[in-house]
Design a protein. Structure first.
Length: 143
């Protein structure tokens, strides 16, 4: 589909829907609903409010499935309880907030926040990156 979202532009991916190659720029928002799929998304917004701003409507919120996502500086991906993210790459200044499941994430200077009941498997933490576990203890896969 190759869509670019700017200046409060929104994309909603509903059950059975697929969004491919979406770029989410400042104040853009993508919502991947249960049964929806987003693949190859590039996220450049959502983290401007700090690590506790999960209720903002910028960046990407995932209730369905997100695959092969790149999160850049100021980008945020929020994986809600029913959501799954696979093969995510997070760069410095970007982050992932995990309430659902995050599989095969690579942190290259970015952060992964794993909340209560969230699950993160096969996370690679490279130099300059970090992971914060909130109200839960999970095993960390070393680089």
């Amino acid at each position: 589909m190759n869509t670019t979202l700017n200046n409060r532009g929104e994309q909603w991916v509903h059950e059975g829907g697929v969004a491919t190659g979406t770029i989410i720029n400042r104040d853009g928002y993508q919502s991947v609903k249960s049964g929806g799929l987003a693949t190859g998304t590039i996220i450049n917004t959502g983290a401007e409010g700090g690590p506790d701003s999960d209720n903002s409507y910028t960046g990407q919120k995932v209730q369905g499935t997100a695959e092969s996502t790149t999160i850049n500086k100021n980008g945020r991906q929020i994986i809600l309880f029913s959501g799954i993210a696979r093969d995510t790459l997070i760069y410095a200044g970007g982050d992932q907030s995990v309430h659902g499941r995050a599989l095969n994430t690579t942190l290259n200077g970015g952060y992964q926040y794993v909340h209560k009941d969230g699950l993160a498997l096969n996370t690679v933490i490279n130099e300059g990156a970090g992971r914060l576990l909130r109200q839960v203890v999970l095993s960390v896969t070393p680089p």
